[in-house]
Design a protein around this ligand. Structure first.
Ligand SMILES: NC(=O)c1ccc[n+]([C@@H]2O[C@H](COP(=O)([O-])OP(=O)(O)OC[C@H]3O[C@@H](n4cnc5c(N)ncnc54)[C@H](O)[C@@H]3O)[C@@H](O)[C@H]2O)c1
Length: 249
C-alpha cells in the first residue's frame, strides 16, 4: 500500500483531500494540530473502507516533521503522495503587520511546506516514485488581498517553491505541483475576524462567474488528480481552481 501524508487535514480542504486519497487507496496520514477533528477524518476514511491514521503535527516543528516522515518511510518505504496544505490567514493591516506576525505566517504557510518536502524528497527520489502538491491561493499566485500582505507574499512564494522543487526533482521522476484556490467554503473563509465571514462570502460569490464558492471536495479532486498518474507529465504548475474568478473582467 502507498502512503499519503496531508498536513492540516483535520478540517477544510485538507480533510476533503485526505478523504479523497483514502478512496484512491492510499494509507492516509491525517496530520494536524487539531486532534479531535483529525481523528474524525480518520474514522470517516476507515468507515469508507480505507486506511488512515492521525498524527499530531505542527508544521512549524522541523524535528517533528522529519520524525513523522522517517516513521512513514520505515513502514512504507517512502511517502508516495505529499499534500502541503496547512495554512493560516490572520488579518493584519500593514500598519500593524509586525515582524512577528509576518514571520508566523511565513513559518506556517511557506516554510511549513518546505519542512515536509525537504524531509520526504530524498526517499521519493531514491524510489523514483511519488508526487507532491502544495496549496497556494489566488491571493498571491494571481492577485493580492488587502490586510493580508504576509499571506499573499507567502502564497506567492509557494509558486516559486513549487517550480524550483519541480525542476530539481523531475530527474528523479518526482512531480511537484500547486493548486491556487479561489473562494472555498471552509472555516478559514467563514471567519469574520480574519476573512470574509458568511455575509462577505455571500457577496463575494456574486463576483464569481460560476456564481458560488467551491466545496472543499472540488479542491480535493484536483489535488488527487495532480497526485495521480493521470497527471504523469504535469510538473511545476500551480493550477488555479476558482470558478473563473481571476479570468473575469
Ligand atoms: N478557504 C479558502 O477560500 C482558501 C482559498 C485559498 C487558499 N486556501 C488555502 O487552503 C489551505 C487550507 O485552508 P482551508 O480553507 O481548508 O482552511 P481551514 O482553516 O479550514 O484549515 C486549515 C488547516 O490547517 C491547520 N493548521 C493551521 N496551522 C497549522 C500548523 N501550524 N500545523 C499544522 N496544521 C496547521 C488547521 O488546524 C486546519 O486544519 C490553506 O493553506 C489556505 O491558505 C484556502
Amino acid at each position: 500500500m502507498k502512503a499519503a501524508l496531508v498536513s492540516g487535514a483535520g478540517i477544510g480542504i485538507g480533510a476533503a483531500t485526505a478523504r479523497a486519497l483514502g478512496r484512491d487507496g492510499y494509507h492516509v496520514f491525517v496530520s494536524d494540530i487539531l486532534e479531535a477533528e483529525g481523528q474524525a477524518v480518520v474514522a470517516d476514511i476507515v468507515d469508507d473502507g480505507g486506511a488512515a491514521e492521525f498524527v499530531l503535527l505542527d508544521v512549524t516543528d522541523t524535528a517533528a516533521a522529519e520524525a513523522l516522515v522517517a516513521d512513514i518511510e520505515a513502514r512504507f518505504g517512502h511517502v508516495s503522495a505529499l499534500v502541503a496544505n496547512a495554512g493560516i490567514a490572520p488579518r493584519a493591516g500593514y500598519q500593524i503587520l509586525t515582524d512577528e506576525k509576518w514571520d508566523k505566517v511565513f513559518d506556517v504557510n511557506l516554510k511549513g511546506q518546505l519542512r515536509l518536502i525537504r524531509a520526504a524528497a530524498p526517499a521519493m527520489s531514491a524510489a523514483r516514485q511519488g508526487a507532491i502538491v502544495c496549496v497556494s491561493s489566488i491571493a498571491g499566485a494571481v492577485a493580492g488581498w488587502d490586510d493580508h500582505w504576509h499571506y499573499s507574499a507567502a502564497k506567492a512564494g509557494i509558486t516559486g517553491l513549487v517550480k524550483a522543487a519541480a525542476v530539481e526533482l523531475a530527474k528523479h521522476n518526482v512531480r511537484v505541483n500547486g493548486v491556487a484556490p479561489g473562494f472555498v467554503r471552509t472555516a478559514q473563509i467563514l471567519s469574520e475576524e480574519n476573512s470574509l465571514g458568511p455575509a462577505g462570502l455571500a457577496e463575494a460569490e456574486k463576483t464569481v462567474p460560476m456564481g458560488r464558492a467551491a466545496d472543499p471536495a472540488e479542491l480535493a479532486d484536483v489535488i488527487a488528480f495532480l497526485l495521480s498518474d493521470k497527471a504523469s507529465y504535469v510538473t511545476g504548475q500551480t493550477i488555479i481552481v476558482d470558478g473563473g474568478l481571476t479570468v473575469a473582467l
